[in-house]
Design a protein around this ligand. Sequence first.
Ligand SMILES: [Fe+2]
Length: 280
Amino acid sequence: MATELEDELGDILGKARDGKGWTQADLAKSAGMSVGDIARIENYEWVPEEKVVFKIANALDLHGPSLLAIAEEKWVPEKEIPDPGPFDITCLNVFMGLYPVKCYLLVCRETRATAVIDTGANPEAIIKKARDLGVKPEKILLTHTHPDHAGGLGKLDSAFGCPTWVDKIEPRPSGSHDLRIIEEGDSIILGKLNIKTLSTRGHTPGGVSYKINESVFSGDAIFAGSMGRANASWSGLFNSVAGNLLTLPDNTRLYPGHGPATTVGEEKQHNPFFYGKVFQ
Ligand SMILES: [Fe+2]
């Protein structure tokens, strides 16, 4: 399969264990397996057969068929259909070492007003792409301030001289000469576009997503087939994704900070964490 998901079976197990506050030994006991076998799965050394995947899914309250499809590399989201809204989205892989981070340029088609969503760590690719497109970003919107998403802020601030937005309880990033604070539910105007902010806290204290028309830039809150690591609050992250993102219409595009773009409908049908757990 050409498209690679951000998370494999081993990653999903680790994150689901976090949600229960379980050690590998706790999971092994609950699933009737050995600790060594759980460790082998989480170390990407073993992809077990269907029966075992279902036992683990059952123990961790994950959706078995969705987990199996990911374990066997039989599911990736459908290729995205561009949003019909009056803007263009460019996705860029910006690297921190060898680790790719998805950053985005959002351009208002009518006015050419442009925002950068997340900076990556080494944002030369963003500066070059903006030049190639003939746009000068006037806003930087941060989904959160982990170094792989905000480490390039100083370079982008120097290149574009524009303000940066961040959630009010997120740790403050360095590198911006003009930091603006987002309150829950704020909107941000970009040319003729009205960008809404959605709270997706939990991966970090003040994680935020940005919604424009039928598209959401969701940072590390949710990945295709998985969720972010809950560094701040597992239940906070789960509930904000289930309540603030997956209640949007099924055709809403989700542009995560890592891995392929997906949609609300795809995740409701195929994400082992959220299948059957989203209530409108
Ligand atoms: Fe992150």
